[in-house]
Design a protein around this ligand. Structure first.
Ligand code: NDP
Length: 244
């Protein structure tokens, strides 16, 4: 489905990002695994996809909040793997706290990674996508950005921002055959959610289970493939019906 495409996936050393990288590699894409804190895990993902699927893959250490580093990494990926066709802005963090106790650092770091990081990587890939008149940009938002969640003013704001950015990019780049869509996961079992009370969420989920990273990866594959060529500016929930 993605044969000879090059996909850049941020925050791909583990969790949803790793599942997306594996799913795309399984479907023929060459993958650039970007992460900053989990180099060892990232390299394990690289070794696994090369061995299993025989595609090109490499790990790049990059903090998506670093504008210049993002440009540098996209240029390295272009030289070493190929011109990017797909960008998945997946790197994200939470620093939950109630509004009254949330520090400025907690607010800024979440906006910096989730929203500014998405801008940085999109900007770094844009010129190439525009030149080749094709590209698929997939941004990880969250149902928290659609409904708002108490204790997550920083996170909800960042993920709502990602939705705005997605729609604006879809309008700006639509004429150049570039699609930009957002995925809004609900409760997905990863490191990010390991300390949350899963049972509380599961009771409210119509499908009565937490999501898996693979549930999200299946949608990312669809949005990266030609099956979704006429879909842009869309926000699609992968939440078992939680935010319905
Ligand atoms: P994880 O915390 O499991 O994985 C996120 C990865 O991104 C980690 O490897 C992390 O590294 C990396 N990362 C964080 N900050 C940066 C940065 N500045 N530069 C590069 N890499 C970075 O999260 P999930 O897999 O659960 O989440 C993936 C995405 O999905 C996020 O955007 C998240 O907000 C979103 N999402 C997740 C939901 C869930 O239920 N899990 C629900 C809704 C949305 P490190 O460990 O070093 O920080």
């Amino acid at each position: 489905m993605l044969k000879e495409k090059t996909a850049i996936i941020t925050g791909a050393a583990r969790g949803i990002g790793a599942a997306i990288a594996k799913k795309m590699a399984q479907n023929g894409a060459n993958v650039a695994i970007i992460d900053y804190g989990n180099e060892e895990l990232g390299k394990i993902v690289v070794a696994e996809v090369i061995e299993k699927y025989g595609i090109k893959a490499a790990f790049y250490k990059c903090d998506v909040t670093d504008f210049e580093k993002c440009k540098e990494v996209v240029s390295l990926v272009t030289d070493e793997i190929g011109k990017p066709d797909i960008l998945v802005n997946n790197a994200g963090i939470t620093r939950d706290n109630l509004m009254l106790t949330m520090s400025e650092e907690e607010f800024d770091s979440v906006i910096g990674t989730n929203l500014k990081g998405t801008y940085n990587m999109t900007k770094a890939c844009s010129r190439g996508f525009l030149r080749q008149k094709k590209g698929k940009i997939i941004n990880l938002s969250s149902i928290s950005g659609m409904t708002g969640l108490a204790g997550q003013t920083n996170y909800s704001a960042s993920k709502a921002g990602v939705i705005g950015l997605t729609k604006a990019v879809a309008k700006e780049f639509g004429g150049k055959n570039i699609c930009c869509n957002a995925i809004a996961p609900g409760f997905i079992t990863t490191e990010m959610t390991k300390d949350l009370p899963a049972e509380d969420f599961i009771n409210s989920i119509p499908l009565k289970r937490a999501g898996t990273p693979d549930d999200v990866a299946k949608l990312a594959l669809f949005l990266a493939s030609e099956l979704s060529d006429y879909i842009t500016g869309e926000v699609i929930r992968v939440d078992g019906g939680l935010a319905m």
